[in-house]
Design a protein around this ligand. Structure first.
Ligand SMILES: [Zn+2]
Length: 271
């Protein structure tokens, strides 16, 4: 049977998964079985939102049950930078799990790599945490793009794939057999960034700030659900009383940060 290779782009998680460190370290040792068991002190862990169950800009879609299968196929695959298979992988995927975000089901994929000897100047960690590497992509093999209208191979049936939801013709990635790799990619460097923008805007509902050396996403409710009529004031726990940097603000919002009487506030309103 002919095998088709697909590559899709999505985005990295902005939150460091530190709160689940013990669980994730156990996962590495159980799933990858490294010759020397890893500890929280000698590896970095990050995550990527790699695919979801929406129709993507190729006109393709995963069945929900296939996303669970994809979680299994992701484990123990290499993580590259920019799909460069001539260099050894920089990291390895060790765990993937479905994550509900409203009505969308995402696959969140976790990967790890060894900490550098000094534990400080780790180039990959710095590039991810600074947002230089901010997207990711997946390469996988499947056997047939199944038309959602007639059930035939979409390359030969009379229907053309569209990116519309609902009854618009699109195709299902049928019989996914293998994940080749996931890659960390520089924004805009890979053909198909359009997908990334689409997925990112659907996924990012909040304001992303950097504060006390960490980057976090602050969820902000939609205007119609907001008791303040489209405006919100969010207070932070903090000791330094340093004004956070606003790294990203969705188009629908305007945001500002302020310090008042030693407390840090994020002010957000509908734009
Ligand atoms: Zn068809």
């Amino acid at each position: 049977m002919e095998k088709l290779t697909e590559m899709l782009i999505a985005r990295l998680s902005v939150n460091n998964p530190e709160e689940r460190t013990a669980f994730l370290i156990n996962k590495i040792n159980d799933s990858i079985k490294p010759p020397q068991p890893v500890t929280a002190e000698n590896v970095h862990i990050r995550a990527m939102y790699i695919v979801n169950d929406l129709v993507n800009s190729h006109g393709g879609q995963f069945r929900r049950e296939d996303l669970y299968k994809l979680c299994d196929l992701l484990v123990d695959t290499p993580v590259l930078v920019g799909h460069n298979r001539s260099n050894p992988p920089l990291a390895r995927t060790f765990h993937a799990e479905p994550v509900e975000d409203g009505s969308i089901l995402w696959i969140k994929s976790y990967f790890y790599w060894p900490r550098s000897a000094d534990g400080v100047n780790d180039e990959l960690a710095m590039k991810i945490d600074s947002g230089v590497l901010k997207e990711c992509s997946i390469s996988f093999i499947y056997t047939m793009p199944e038309c959602t209208v007639c059930g035939q191979d979409m390359r030969s049936c009379p229907h053309d794939p569209t990116t519309g939801e609902g009854d618009s013709p699109h195709f299902i990635y049928n019989n996914i057999t293998q994940v080749l790799e996931t890659s960390l990619v520089y924004k805009g460097s890979v053909k198909g960034t359009y997908i990334t923008d689409k997925l990112a805007s659907e996924k990012s509902k909040g304001i992303i700030i950097s504060h006390n050396g960490r980057t976090v996403e602050i969820p902000v409710p939609d205007g119609e659900h907001n008791p303040l009529g489209g405006a919100a004031v969010i207070q932070f726990d903090n000791e330094s009383a340093v004004i956070p940097e606003i790294e990203f603000c969705p188009d629908r919002l305007a945001a500002a940060a302020a310090v008042r009487k030693g407390r840090v506030y994020l002010l957000a309103k509908s734009s």
